[in-house]
Design a protein around this ligand. Structure first.
Ligand code: AMP
Ligand code: ZN
Length: 488
């Protein structure tokens, strides 16, 4: 236990090594806001209110974006495993996210619309559908509330007015800016020091901005701008950050439990969300801020210019089931950099097959395993997921169960329970492939040749079978043998 820097959090419930079934264990999360691992205490008993920053729907979601979604899904599944009722809100950014995460450049949706000769609505609808199709293929549970920015212009505008009224914002000829100098402390999430930043500040595009870190709450629209709404400041549109403050307040209240996103959101988007909420109601919206690390490709950044942007479709097109990518993600803690390689995917694919085969063997087993042993595995799995979603450790317990020295339906049941968190469809059976009669006959002839020690004929038949595309048969045969001897 110590080796894993791992402890049993609630020693009072332990009797020797036996932990009673259904005992409650505490959950610990690393909170970006406090830079500490903290015990999770929800605002309301047995309920969790959680806000997850969703996609900007202007392009295909990459497997990097999916990593962040898988982390968020593992989080909600872990909470559900612990008996919490989760209310998760996810936004869809369909306006206001400019090409640069600062307030520069074109709106991402408008840029795609221009490039793809479509309307902004068509672009947003198209990529939103693809995004949710990928989530479904990865078994990501659907958030209770999915909300589009363009459906909440009224709420956003109200919030900006409130921030203005409270003295935290000012108007320039181009926008309404949040004045970060009005806050006691701007930068609490990323730990930036404004005084240091000021000294090295870049030249700002808008000379009317009072501080380099001031950000746009609302942007005045040029005449030809496609997406704009009436406001006290004329035809205009929201900045990127205000949507999340307005929608989280609307659906979860001024204070809720957990806020999630990728690490890139810490220094801009989430920092600004906190500023806006303080400006509007004086409160930091979420108690726990959880951020997922990036997925790397061959050790580096995924980028269009390097030609290494991968989509879930690329994994599927290479013959892998989408859930292979889900399992691949459990090889790394969500706060660690995960390196994507095709070798890694191939090995996750083999693992997925073996986990499912292992489950089937337990299902058909007839050996009894004591309740204590089951409870021990169950508790160690729960301790791992409750320890800031330690999935690599949780997977080691899953493998221990799969490779248990005897086969028992009790372990199969336990694996089904684990799968409510894993979501890898462990009960799924490999589809039996129909083998044509011709091939079966060749296999029979080869058996006879081997029995007669006619090796030349046996080799000839083997090559003939291979030439008809049945090399896979040979692989699964070896695999079956390994399986039978328990050598996986
Ligand atoms: P984007 O559509 O590029 O703004 O990305 C949406 C979200 O996906 C970002 O805010 C990130 O949190 C997350 N994301 C983007 N790229 C990666 C990556 N390579 N690994 C993990 N998460 C990512
Ligand atoms: Zn957001």
């Amino acid at each position: 236990l110590q080796q894993h820097n791992f402890k049993i959090y609630n020693p009072t419930i332990i009797v020797g090594y036996k932990i009673k079934k259904g005992d409650i264990m505490d959950i610990y999360f690393y909170n970006t806001l406090t830079r500490k691992k903290e015990k999770f205490i929800p605002i309301e008993e047995n309920k969790v209110k959680m806000y997850s920053c969703g996609p900007t729907v202007y392009k295909d979601a990459t497997i990097g974006n999916m990593r962040t979604n898988l982390f968020q899904d593992t989080l909600r599944r872990t909470l559900e495993y612990n008996g919490y009722e989760v209310k998760q809100v996810m936004n869809i950014t369909d306006v206001g996210h400019l090409v640069s995460d600062g307030d520069e450049g074109e709106d991402k949706i408008l840029k795609s619309a221009r490039e793809e000769h479509k309307t902004p609505l068509e672009i947003a609808d198209y990529y939103t559908k693809l995004f949710f199709r990928d989530l479904e293929r990865l078994n990501v549970e659907t958030p209770e509330i999915i909300c589009k920015a363009t459906d909440h212009i009224k709420e956003m505008l109200e919030m900006v007015k409130k921030i203005m009224k409270n003295g935290y914002a000012y108007e320039t000829s181009t926008a309404i800016y949040f004045d970060v100098s009005k806050l006691d402390k701007y930068g609490m999430l990323s730990g930036i020091n404004l005084d240091e930043q000021k000294a090295g500040a870049r030249v700002d595009v808008d000379p009317e901005k009072r501080n380099p870190y001031d950000f746009a709450l609302w942007i005045k629209a040029p005449k030809e701008h496609l997406m704009k709404w009436d406001s006290p400041w004329g035809p205009s549109y929201p900045g990127w950050h205000i949507e999340c403050s307005a929608m989280s307040t609307k659906y979860l209240g001024e204070e809720f439990d957990i806020h999630t996103g990728g690490i890139d959101l810490i220094p801009t988007h989430h920092e600004n969300e906190i500023a806006q909420n303080i400006g509007a109601c004086g409160k930091i919206p979420a108690h726990y801020w959880l951020h997922g690390e990036y997925l790397l490709i061959d050790g580096g950044k995924m980028s269009k210019s390097l030609g290494n942007v991968y989509l879930l479709d690329d994994i599927i097109n290479r013959g892998y089931e989408p859930l292979v990518y889900r399992l691949f993600n459990f090889s790394c803690h969500y706060r660690g950099k995960l390196n994507f390689t095709w070798e890694g995917i191939q090995s996750a694919s083999i693992s997925l097959e073996r986990l499912r085969e292992g489950y089937q063997k337990h299902l058909l087993g007839n050996t009894n395993v004591s309740d204590e042993e089951i409870v021990d595995l169950e508790n160690r799995f729960k301790q791992a997921i409750n320890d800031d979603l330690n999935m690599p450790l949780a997977m080691s317990v899953v493998w221990e169960a799969v490779r248990y020295q005897v086969q028992s339906p009790k372990i199969a049941k336990l694996l089904e329970k684990f799968d409510t968190v894993l979501g890898i469809e462990i009960t799924k059976q490999k589809q039996k492939q129909e083998i044509p009669q011709e091939i079966l006959e060749l296999v029979e002839q080869r058996k006879i040749a081997r029995a007669e020690k006619n090796w030349a004929k046996s080799d000839e038949l083997r090559d003939l079978i291979l030439s008809k595309g049945y090399s896979l048969k040979a692989v699964s045969y070896t695999h079956l043998r390994a399986h039978e001897t328990g050598a996986y």
